[in-house]
Design a protein around this ligand. Sequence first.
Ligand SMILES: NC(=O)c1ccc[n+]([C@@H]2O[C@H](COP(=O)([O-])OP(=O)(O)OC[C@H]3O[C@@H](n4cnc5c(N)ncnc54)[C@H](O)[C@@H]3O)[C@@H](O)[C@H]2O)c1
Length: 373
Amino acid sequence: MYKHVLVTGGAGFIGSHTVDLLISKGYKVRILDSLQRRVHPKGKPGYIPPEAEFILGDVSSPKDLYRSLRGVDAVFHMAAYQDYMPDFGHFIHTNTESTALMFELILANRLPIKKIVFASSQAVAGDGKWNCKNHGEFWAEPRPIEQLETGQWEIRCPTCKRECKNVLMTEDICRPITTYGISKYAVELLAQTLGKKYLIPTVCLRYTYVQGPRNSIYNAYSGILRVFAMRILNNKPPILVEDGMGLRDYVNCADVARANLIVLEDPRANNEIFFVGGGKAYSAIEFARTMLKVFNSKLEPQIPGIFRVGDTRSTVSDISRLNKLGWIPKVSLEKSLAAYRDWLLTQGRIEDVSNEAMKNMIRQKVIRKVKNI
Ligand SMILES: NC(=O)c1ccc[n+]([C@@H]2O[C@H](COP(=O)([O-])OP(=O)(O)OC[C@H]3O[C@@H](n4cnc5c(N)ncnc54)[C@H](O)[C@@H]3O)[C@@H](O)[C@H]2O)c1
């Protein structure tokens, strides 16, 4: 059905696993990647297969993007700027503008692109929906900083202020609370609106927390897996924000690559949005303990009374929509972490830069301390 596929961000974590799977299934693959220094400080990764055509370029450059789009019939748009820092313009420029530009170039040059799969994110759903025993479901607002400064972490009912329970996130929830989330929500809106208008089928995949080998050890956005690994390998305990009880779901990169191909190949996915998650909730403490076990460490997680501004409390996705297309996550968290550990141990000495990163985030007021501790 499709023969030649462009993967933007194909040198990155999810992109490269998608490239490998595409090649193994007989697709011709082209990669457009700028080899962002914050992700690839050592240059082009050795895992990029020689069969893939590699274009070094920027997704927000009309020239680079046009050159990459010419001659392909499907696209995975995976390249993105991801961070926790307040450089707001970057998110919109790289993630959203490039999406609009892609449609612009396809239309202007009548490029015969038959389908585009966009990497969206759970960040689109923000804090999601919560349920109050007395007042039912409501869309959560970000927790006020004054609340977090007193060490009260749970989302409260806007009416009776009682602590509530989180509801599994479904695709109808769109309430981003970070610029990154807003940039991805705008990607979804552009994909759905322009895709339908100009008859270019699109699919948006809201990945949750993707885990596994090639998740850049240099990229600050690689999240707790990277930070915990850096610390554990340097014999320092993992540090948890809030009380370590916030919930997340984690999904393996191989499962994500499979989901990518399923939605590419199945026309029932056209013009839809799907969560791609692990199907199981873990608290941050459970995650840290699982990781310590997999890394064979006797350290204990630390909870020093800090929080990250803009963090969601508990985000667990409902993956039933994608299940209906025959996809289920197959790799357990333990196996995912073990595969990451094995890969990490082939990467030479892993320096722990978490203390400097923490100091920088405290300086920028991204990480703050609880006042009464
Ligand atoms: N990893 C996760 O847990 C996760 C979760 C939700 C959504 N996502 C989304 O999935 C996609 C892939 O994420 P990832 O974890 O593989 O990230 P990654 O950083 O490993 O890969 C992104 C790749 O894009 C490239 N890139 C960045 N800016 C570019 C630009 N302007 N032009 C061309 N290339 C550029 C980078 O060099 C990198 O190789 C992203 O869109 C991300 O927002 C990832």
